[in-house]
Design a protein around this ligand. Structure first.
Ligand code: HEM
Length: 171
Protein backbone atom coordinates (compact mmCIF):
# COMPACT_ATOMS: atom_id res chain seq x y z
CA UNK A 1 0.00 0.00 0.00
CA UNK A 2 1.22 3.47 -0.86
CA UNK A 3 1.15 4.85 2.72
CA UNK A 4 0.62 8.53 1.98
CA UNK A 5 -2.43 7.73 -0.18
CA UNK A 6 -4.20 5.93 2.69
CA UNK A 7 -6.34 8.96 3.74
CA UNK A 8 -7.69 9.10 0.15
CA UNK A 9 -9.29 5.61 0.39
CA UNK A 10 -12.53 6.53 2.26
CA UNK A 11 -13.15 9.44 -0.15
CA UNK A 12 -12.49 7.22 -3.16
CA UNK A 13 -14.84 4.57 -1.78
CA UNK A 14 -17.55 7.19 -1.19
CA UNK A 15 -17.07 8.45 -4.77
CA UNK A 16 -17.25 4.83 -6.03
CA UNK A 17 -20.51 4.12 -4.17
CA UNK A 18 -22.18 7.44 -5.15
CA UNK A 19 -21.19 6.97 -8.81
CA UNK A 20 -22.35 3.36 -8.95
CA UNK A 21 -25.68 4.27 -7.30
CA UNK A 22 -26.22 6.81 -10.10
CA UNK A 23 -25.03 4.34 -12.75
CA UNK A 24 -27.08 1.34 -11.61
CA UNK A 25 -30.09 3.51 -10.71
CA UNK A 26 -29.94 4.97 -14.22
CA UNK A 27 -29.70 1.50 -15.78
CA UNK A 28 -32.91 0.56 -13.96
CA UNK A 29 -34.65 3.76 -15.08
CA UNK A 30 -33.66 3.71 -18.76
CA UNK A 31 -35.55 0.53 -19.81
CA UNK A 32 -38.72 2.03 -18.29
CA UNK A 33 -38.14 5.28 -20.23
CA UNK A 34 -37.30 3.33 -23.40
CA UNK A 35 -40.56 1.39 -23.18
CA UNK A 36 -42.41 4.74 -23.31
CA UNK A 37 -40.90 5.52 -26.74
CA UNK A 38 -44.20 4.77 -28.44
CA UNK A 39 -45.22 7.06 -31.35
CA UNK A 40 -48.82 6.66 -30.13
CA UNK A 41 -48.07 9.04 -27.22
CA UNK A 42 -47.88 11.98 -29.66
CA UNK A 43 -45.02 13.99 -31.17
CA UNK A 44 -44.44 16.40 -28.27
CA UNK A 45 -44.32 13.66 -25.58
CA UNK A 46 -42.22 11.41 -27.83
CA UNK A 47 -39.66 14.21 -28.31
CA UNK A 48 -39.61 14.93 -24.58
CA UNK A 49 -39.02 11.29 -23.51
CA UNK A 50 -36.44 10.81 -26.28
CA UNK A 51 -34.47 13.87 -25.17
CA UNK A 52 -34.74 12.92 -21.50
CA UNK A 53 -33.35 9.41 -22.09
CA UNK A 54 -30.64 10.66 -24.47
CA UNK A 55 -29.45 13.42 -22.11
CA UNK A 56 -29.50 11.25 -19.00
CA UNK A 57 -27.59 8.47 -20.80
CA UNK A 58 -24.92 10.75 -22.25
CA UNK A 59 -24.50 13.34 -19.49
CA UNK A 60 -25.31 11.47 -16.27
CA UNK A 61 -25.31 7.66 -16.51
CA UNK A 62 -22.26 7.14 -18.75
CA UNK A 63 -20.06 9.64 -16.81
CA UNK A 64 -21.22 7.96 -13.57
CA UNK A 65 -20.20 4.56 -15.02
CA UNK A 66 -16.76 5.88 -15.98
CA UNK A 67 -16.33 7.46 -12.52
CA UNK A 68 -17.37 4.22 -10.73
CA UNK A 69 -14.96 2.16 -12.85
CA UNK A 70 -12.00 4.55 -12.47
CA UNK A 71 -12.53 4.91 -8.68
CA UNK A 72 -13.00 1.11 -8.35
CA UNK A 73 -9.80 0.42 -10.30
CA UNK A 74 -7.83 2.78 -8.01
CA UNK A 75 -9.36 1.03 -4.98
CA UNK A 76 -8.15 -2.38 -6.21
CA UNK A 77 -4.53 -1.21 -6.06
CA UNK A 78 -4.83 0.96 -2.94
CA UNK A 79 -6.66 -1.75 -0.94
CA UNK A 80 -4.68 -4.54 -2.63
CA UNK A 81 -7.77 -6.68 -3.20
CA UNK A 82 -6.17 -9.16 -5.59
CA UNK A 83 -8.53 -11.92 -4.45
CA UNK A 84 -10.88 -14.34 -6.26
CA UNK A 85 -14.16 -12.65 -5.23
CA UNK A 86 -12.91 -9.39 -6.78
CA UNK A 87 -12.06 -11.13 -10.08
CA UNK A 88 -15.52 -12.77 -10.02
CA UNK A 89 -17.02 -9.32 -9.40
CA UNK A 90 -15.17 -7.94 -12.43
CA UNK A 91 -16.72 -10.64 -14.64
CA UNK A 92 -20.19 -9.43 -13.61
CA UNK A 93 -19.15 -5.76 -13.99
CA UNK A 94 -18.26 -6.68 -17.60
CA UNK A 95 -21.85 -7.96 -18.02
CA UNK A 96 -23.12 -4.66 -16.59
CA UNK A 97 -21.01 -2.73 -19.10
CA UNK A 98 -22.46 -4.92 -21.89
CA UNK A 99 -25.98 -4.10 -20.65
CA UNK A 100 -25.08 -0.38 -20.58
CA UNK A 101 -23.93 -0.58 -24.21
CA UNK A 102 -27.05 -2.53 -25.25
CA UNK A 103 -29.34 0.14 -23.74
CA UNK A 104 -27.25 2.84 -25.47
CA UNK A 105 -27.75 1.02 -28.78
CA UNK A 106 -31.55 1.18 -28.35
CA UNK A 107 -31.43 4.87 -27.38
CA UNK A 108 -29.52 5.67 -30.59
CA UNK A 109 -31.86 3.49 -32.67
CA UNK A 110 -35.09 5.13 -31.46
CA UNK A 111 -33.49 8.53 -32.05
CA UNK A 112 -32.32 7.80 -35.58
CA UNK A 113 -35.28 5.90 -36.99
CA UNK A 114 -38.17 8.36 -36.40
CA UNK A 115 -40.04 6.04 -34.03
CA UNK A 116 -39.75 3.02 -36.36
CA UNK A 117 -37.49 1.10 -33.95
CA UNK A 118 -39.37 -0.76 -31.27
CA UNK A 119 -37.30 -0.85 -28.04
CA UNK A 120 -37.59 -3.86 -25.69
CA UNK A 121 -40.35 -3.76 -23.06
CA UNK A 122 -39.10 -3.01 -19.54
CA UNK A 123 -39.56 -6.48 -17.98
CA UNK A 124 -36.84 -8.50 -19.71
CA UNK A 125 -34.12 -5.80 -19.40
CA UNK A 126 -34.94 -5.23 -15.72
CA UNK A 127 -34.76 -8.98 -15.00
CA UNK A 128 -31.49 -9.26 -16.96
CA UNK A 129 -30.04 -6.34 -15.00
CA UNK A 130 -30.92 -7.85 -11.62
CA UNK A 131 -28.55 -10.79 -12.21
CA UNK A 132 -25.22 -8.87 -12.36
CA UNK A 133 -26.29 -6.22 -9.84
CA UNK A 134 -27.37 -8.71 -7.13
CA UNK A 135 -24.33 -10.92 -7.77
CA UNK A 136 -21.91 -7.96 -7.55
CA UNK A 137 -23.51 -6.68 -4.33
CA UNK A 138 -23.42 -10.19 -2.79
CA UNK A 139 -19.75 -10.62 -3.71
CA UNK A 140 -18.64 -7.20 -2.53
CA UNK A 141 -20.61 -7.17 0.72
CA UNK A 142 -20.00 -10.80 1.78
CA UNK A 143 -16.47 -11.01 0.35
CA UNK A 144 -16.77 -14.84 0.21
CA UNK A 145 -13.71 -17.07 0.41
CA UNK A 146 -13.75 -18.55 -3.11
CA UNK A 147 -10.50 -20.48 -2.73
CA UNK A 148 -7.94 -20.60 -5.49
CA UNK A 149 -8.72 -19.66 -9.08
CA UNK A 150 -8.47 -23.02 -10.92
CA UNK A 151 -5.55 -22.77 -13.34
CA UNK A 152 -4.12 -25.55 -15.54
CA UNK A 153 -0.97 -27.13 -14.05
CA UNK A 154 1.29 -25.91 -16.86
CA UNK A 155 0.53 -22.31 -15.82
CA UNK A 156 1.47 -22.83 -12.17
CA UNK A 157 4.60 -25.04 -12.45
CA UNK A 158 8.09 -24.01 -13.58
CA UNK A 159 8.84 -25.41 -17.03
CA UNK A 160 12.59 -25.77 -16.40
CA UNK A 161 13.47 -23.47 -19.29
CA UNK A 162 15.65 -20.35 -19.46
CA UNK A 163 13.68 -17.09 -19.43
CA UNK A 164 14.19 -15.09 -22.64
CA UNK A 165 17.12 -12.66 -22.39
CA UNK A 166 15.82 -9.13 -22.78
CA UNK A 167 17.59 -6.52 -24.91
CA UNK A 168 16.14 -3.74 -22.79
CA UNK A 169 19.03 -1.96 -21.02
CA UNK A 170 18.92 -1.94 -17.20
CA UNK A 171 19.44 1.30 -15.36
C1 HEM B 1 -14.81 -1.91 -12.91
C2 HEM B 1 -15.72 -1.70 -11.96
C3 HEM B 1 -15.48 -1.85 -10.47
C4 HEM B 1 -14.29 -2.00 -9.78
C5 HEM B 1 -12.89 -2.08 -10.36
C6 HEM B 1 -14.62 -2.06 -8.38
C7 HEM B 1 -13.71 -2.21 -7.33
C8 HEM B 1 -14.02 -2.05 -5.99
C9 HEM B 1 -13.05 -2.09 -4.92
C10 HEM B 1 -11.57 -2.38 -5.07
C11 HEM B 1 -13.72 -1.87 -3.75
C12 HEM B 1 -13.12 -1.81 -2.35
C13 HEM B 1 -13.25 -3.18 -1.71
C14 HEM B 1 -12.69 -3.20 -0.32
O1 HEM B 1 -12.36 -2.15 0.22
O2 HEM B 1 -12.59 -4.28 0.26
C15 HEM B 1 -15.11 -1.67 -4.08
C16 HEM B 1 -16.11 -1.41 -3.17
C17 HEM B 1 -17.44 -1.50 -3.47
N1 HEM B 1 -17.99 -1.75 -4.71
FE1 HEM B 1 -17.00 -1.83 -6.47
N2 HEM B 1 -15.99 -1.97 -8.23
C18 HEM B 1 -16.55 -1.84 -9.49
C19 HEM B 1 -17.89 -1.73 -9.78
C20 HEM B 1 -18.90 -1.88 -8.84
C21 HEM B 1 -20.30 -2.04 -9.16
C22 HEM B 1 -20.88 -2.02 -10.57
C23 HEM B 1 -20.97 -2.18 -7.96
C24 HEM B 1 -22.43 -2.39 -7.67
C25 HEM B 1 -23.33 -2.80 -8.52
C26 HEM B 1 -19.98 -2.08 -6.91
C27 HEM B 1 -20.26 -2.11 -5.56
C28 HEM B 1 -19.36 -1.83 -4.57
C29 HEM B 1 -19.70 -1.61 -3.16
C30 HEM B 1 -21.12 -1.63 -2.57
C31 HEM B 1 -18.50 -1.40 -2.48
C32 HEM B 1 -18.32 -1.11 -0.97
C33 HEM B 1 -18.00 -2.42 -0.28
C34 HEM B 1 -17.47 -2.28 1.11
O3 HEM B 1 -16.94 -1.26 1.47
O4 HEM B 1 -17.58 -3.26 1.87
N3 HEM B 1 -18.73 -1.91 -7.49
N4 HEM B 1 -15.27 -1.81 -5.45
Amino acid sequence: MIGWLEPVIPHLKALHVIALALWVGGLFGLPVMLARHDPAIGQADFTRIRLASHISYVWVITPAAVTAIVAGTWLIFLREVFVPWMFAKLVFVALLIGFHAWIGHHIVKVGETDGRHEPPGPRLPLLLLLVPVLTILTLVLLKPELGEIPLPGWLTEPRGRQLPVSDVPRW
